[in-house]
Design a protein around this ligand. Sequence first.
Ligand code: IPM
Ligand code: MN
Length: 347
Amino acid sequence: MKSYSIALIPGDGIGPDVTAAAWSVLQTAANHAGFALAGTEFPWSCKFYRDTGRMMPEDGVQTLRGFDAILLGAVGWPAEVPDSVSLHGLLLPIRKAFVQYANIRRHRLLPGVTGPLRAESFDILCIRENTEGEYSGAGGRVHQGTLDEVAVETSIFTRAGVERILRFGFEQARTRRGKLASVTKSNAQKYSMVFWDEITRKLAAEYSDVAVTSYHVDALAARMIMAPESLDVVVASNLFGDILTDIGAAIQGGLGYAASANINPDRSAPSMFEPVHGSAPDIAHLGIANPIATIWSGAMMLEHLGETAAAGRVMKAVEATTARGIGTAPGKDRTEAITAAVVAALT
Ligand code: IPM
Ligand code: MN
């Protein structure tokens, strides 16, 4: 029987709850489809930091490299570890080390879920650059604590980095409705964003079957709320994509429905699948976290592994569940009840 090795990093807060939920759904799907998912769990988290002084062992990235994929819950417990430490110690280095340059987040309403908008029939695929840009980590502080203090944080955009993410977006648009929105702020940022716009235009000539529009990020943010149905594929830099996909999550009913995949398209290292991020300390351990975003992320993982039919069945089971009114509002149903309903719909 075909078997895939999966690294499980439940992490902090609601992470362990939603990871366990998704894992049981994925196991059921694998059983039915006749393949195996062999999970290895890593306790890397803020608790691990408290015990060891690190979010993951020094050779953590090396350890993960051998897996077929990574399923991650959430990272962050700000009451004990500053977010800037926990995220730079676990989630962000994995995205970079494994060149998971395409962060894919799909925003559409599941059946039975009511979002805050009047518009209901939108289906947006956000593709966020995931390894450079505003998250490059280049910078520093001098004269710390004095009135002369200076903090610098430099965005880095490389031709290779911008071109590959835009190309990825064009390819996705080809498989969907053929529309691409390229997002910058080139009216204000005249180097990196003008550079991005130039590369967009260069590629547009190559992909003449895709209709491309360049938007400024402020206008695109408004459009996601006022006319989300007008958007198909959206490609944005790391920070802009981060912000836009929280809007995407909001219009699809909340973070509990927002799945994401950190993809290494070249398959030179494992890809990582996680719900759009939040450890939600306020509802941790209450058993009411919505597992749907993580289950959906798990379906994206199956798809990436080539188990397309099983991925489709998981999504059908999720849709059948929400269509019955289960898991359709925050806190309404318990994590376990939603998970059981999805598992039942699969069997
Ligand atoms: C996300 C999250 C992360 C990000 C944080 C937790 C560093 O907000 O995945 O959207 O900004 O990438
Ligand atoms: Mn985010």
